[in-house]
Design a protein around this ligand. Structure first.
Ligand SMILES: *[C@@H]1O[C@H](CO)[C@@H](O)[C@H](O)[C@H]1NC(C)=O
Ligand SMILES: *[C@@H]1O[C@H](CO)[C@@H](O)[C@H](O)[C@H]1NC(C)=O
Length: 560
């Protein structure tokens, strides 16, 4: 089987995900089925849009298979039934974990004991992401009747609201300061009438753009025209390749966009949105605004672009070769009194290198010497300063409303000393430094919620798929959760991968309301990726409804 992993340039996919080249949703080759089923059926993320195709329920073929995973303190092997998305109730085999020496005997129990009861736990609002193209490139709603029907269904199971991207490339498409909000107005009216809340995302990035993506929303045309004559407005890698997904942070304060700086452009857009949708702010329909801060809307460098050849679990590359960031680096070195430091390190391998193959990222490598530290300090500070600046303007534009920022879960190479993939993405988080605490305190300054992905990824799966990646999503989630909570920053989350099965939902619930947390801390909200015909089919919808109830702290029967 040829499993590709692609980076995510679609709106919200944030962690890289396995991509099996466009398989039809229903007929999966048997070979595909023989993987731990805790990852969602692969066909479902062959592309984002395939989710939205009315192809019926996913089935993962016919071969029965086993899955193994850690469940609190028991190692669970479950015989997974034919449908691939449910565990057979009483065939679960539970063995004690290896560190429990007293009882190594395997016992057969029903899976009941492994499911936590969430009755009377805190209420966590659940939002559902709308399809990427709910508003089309002409700025109109494609199918208002079908959408209204789906939204009614969501409302009927007590979903709190929906989330929608407000694409820069659609709204300010043609000319600077000319905004077309019509499609969104229509959508908001429908949601408002159903009393669904709205999480909106100020999406200043490109949507799609990879081979096979059906939805493609580039940056506004007037911006790409500027980019044609001045490509330094884009993030650039060492080979000089430009990344047109979003604007480089190097032009945040440079007046290169027809007389405006990049942050002025973002501010004007946000302000126009606030004014235009005043009634929805006033009556509380718009409950939260997430501010796009980089590629995929995330605060990170585009260090792992599939279109430039990156494949999971490559370490990625530094992205600071545009003229503006280069000048910034030189100035920082001068200010430090060592102009010679103003260069990007050279012994950093390339997109698909592994840490130990490089002089910079290997154990004991240059990342930890004075020069490495200077560079990484600068590189990560540019990221934090960008977030700081844009969020302070967002605060101004949306005075009184909740704002949020999203960071991605770069979990591969987490178990090595340098955390190479995080370093190239701008998270200065090697084993001897906490790279997320400074981000959390920057967010705290603006009372912004931290939105984090990958709560449902399991270390075991990652390990089974790519043992060499030394990934540790759970370790990363734990670190980031605590960085946020220590700074009193609320933490919201979304799933990075499609999820339809109880197992995946249980994992999300466990992370949303950590069992062992003495202070009973929990996520402030959860956004489900994403509304699609697959979600709406009866079995999946029922399972999802059950999940929503448990997120809300309601009692549900175990076997329902
Ligand atoms: C978190 O991010 C997702 C994806 O962009 C978004 O749908 C959701 O609204 C965000 N959550 C918050 C609390 O902003
Ligand atoms: C970083 O460098 C210092 C000084 O050489 C050394 O003592 C320390 O062990 C290094 N840390 C790591 C994680 O390599």
């Amino acid at each position: 089987m040829q499993a590709k992993v692609c980076s995510i340039s679609m709106g919200f996919f944030t962690a890289p995900f396995l991509l099996v080249t466009r398989l039809p949703a229903v007929t999966l080759p048997a070979a595909l089925v023989n993987v731990p089923p805790l990852l969602p059926p692969r066909s479902s993320f062959s592309s984002t849009r395939s989710l939205d195709r009315p192809s019926g329920c996913l089935s993962s073929g016919s071969a029965p298979l086993f899955s193994a995973r850690w469940s609190r303190n028991a190692f669970v092997m479950a015989n997974v039934g034919q449908s691939g998305d449910t565990l057979t109730e009483d065939s679960a085999l539970v063995m004690n974990s290896p560190d429990d020496d007293d009882n190594k005997q395997a016992i057969v129990v029903s899976r009941k004991i492994e499911e936590r009861c969430f009755a009377s736990t805190p209420y966590i609002p659940v939002y559902v992401m709308l399809p990427l193209d709910v508003i089309n490139n002409q700025g109109k709603m494609g199918n208002p009747e079908i959408l209204a029907e789906q939204l009614r269904a969501l409302k009927s199971i007590d979903v709190d609201g929906v989330m929608v991207d407000i694409w820069w490339g659609i709204v300010e498409a043609s000319a600077p300061r000319v905004y077309n909000w019509n499609g969104y107005k229509h959508l908001f009216q429908i949601a408002g009438e159903l009393k669904l809340k709205l999480q909106v995302v100020m999406s200043f990035h490109e949507c799609g753009g990879n081979v096979g993506d059906d939805v493609w929303i580039p940056l506004p045309q007037w911006v790409t025209e500027i980019g044609n004559s001045n490509p330094d407005i884009y993030f650039t890698d060492r080979e000089g390749r430009r990344n047109r997904e979003c604007l480089s942070w190097g032009i945040d304060r440079k007046r290169v966009l027809v007389g405006r700086t990049a942050v002025e452009v973002y501010f004007d857009y946000m302000r126009s949105f606030r004014v235009e949708f005043d009634e929805f702010f006033e009556d509380g329909t718009i409950s939260e605004i997430q501010i796009g801060l980089g590629p995929c809307g995330e605060l990170r460098y585009p260090s792992y672009p599939a279109k430039h050849g990156w494949r999971y679990p490559g370490i990625g590359e530094f992205q600071c070769y545009d003229e503006y960031l280069q000048n910034g680096l030189k100035e920082a070195a001068k200010a430090r009194g060592h102009p010679l430091l103003g260069k990007v390190p050279q012994n950093v391998g390339s997109y698909n290198s592994q840490p130990h193959e490089t002089g910079f990222f290997r154990d004991g490598g240059d990342y930890n010497n004075s020069y490495g530290r200077f560079f990484l300090g600068w590189y990560s500070k540019v990221l934090i300063d960008h977030g700081d600046l844009v969020l302070s303007l967002a605060k101004l534009a949306f005075e009184g409303s909740h704002i949020a920022a999203k960071i991605s879960g770069v979990h591969w190479w987490y178990k090595t000393a340098s955390h190479a993939a995080e370093l190239t993405a701008g998270f200065y988080n090697p084993c001897n430094r906490d790279g997320y605490a400074p981000i959390a305190s920057m967010l705290k300054k603006h009372d912004a919620t931290l939105n984090f992905t990958c709560v449902e990824l399991r270390t075991l799966n990652q390990h089974a798929e790519f043992p060499e990646a030394m990934a540790d999503p759970e370790g990363l989630v734990w670190q980031v959760l605590n960085a946020a909570w220590d700074a009193c920053v609320p933490m919201a989350s979304e799933n990075a991968l499609p999820c339809y099965d109880r197992d995946g939902y249980n994992k999300i619930l466990d992370n949303a309301k950590p069992f062992s947390d003495p202070d009973g801390r929990h996520l402030s909200s959860f956004t489900y990726l994403r509304l699609s015909p697959v979600l709406m089919c009866a079995h999946n919808f029922k399972e999802f409804a059950r999940f929503v109830q448990r997120m809300h702290g309601q009692w549900v029967p175990i076997s329902s």
